[in-house]
Write a protein that binds this ligand. Structure first.
Ligand SMILES: [Zn+2]
Length: 192
């Protein structure tokens, strides 16, 4: 089986999708044709991620494919190596190909930030911070975004962290001065 590419702690699947899985997707999607809203996956979902899934046996081994990736491959065309299939609707159970696009890990995390749909628990495991660390220019934009970079949880993390001011500034995409003020309790005074 093809190896996976690791990007920012998240594994990008590279396994080829077998014909029978593509066919099953066509059958399932039949009932959703003409629907512009989210297509809620009517079968099993991954308990942890919430993504719809399809499984089949290949050489006696059970292989699981995520429904939105398969849907993308069937209706939008092949997925480039190392690319993620991302949702424009933030609904992980959705497999409407019109709500899907190919992107990189940082596209995915940036979009989640911009739509405000960040699940901190889920994104932490997927190297969310990696995106803001490696592409700080993407998050350094305007006061609206600036204001939304910190929240109570992040402020507690910053105060509890032993990392340097500049490392934390890079990590959260804010200035050194912002981190300094947070640490000294000058700002975010309501957070204990
Ligand atoms: Zn959707």
């Amino acid at each position: 089986m093809a190896k996976s590419i690791l990007a920012g702690g998240y594994t990008v699947p590279t396994k080829p999708i077998p014909e029978k899985i593509l066919l099953r997707m066509r059958e399932i999607a039949e009932a959703f044709q003409g629907v512009n809203d989210c297509w809620e996956w009517p079968h099993s979902r991954n308990v942890r991620s919430g993504y719809g899934q399809l499984a089949c046996r290949i050489d006696g081994k059970q292989i699981v494919f995520t429904a939105h990736r398969v849907s993308f491959a069937v209706f939008n065309g092949s997925i480039q190596p190392g690319k993620l299939v991302c949702h424009t609707c933030d609904n992980r159970g959705c497999f409407n190909p019109k709500h899907l696009y190919q992107g990189t890990l940082s596209d995915n995390t940036r979009d989640m930030y911009e739509r405000g749909g960040v699940d901190r628990k889920a994104t932490a495991a997927r190297g969310n911070r990696h995106g803001s660390k490696t592409k700080p220019e993407r998050t350094q934009r305007g006061t609206v975004h600036h204001a939304s970079k910190l929240n109570d949880d992040i402020v507690r993390e910053i105060r509890a962290s032993g990392s340097s001011c500049s490392a934390l500034a890079k990590l959260y995409g804010v200035s050194d001065a912002t981190i300094n003020s947070v640490q000294r309790g000058v700002t975010w005074t309501h957070v204990k």
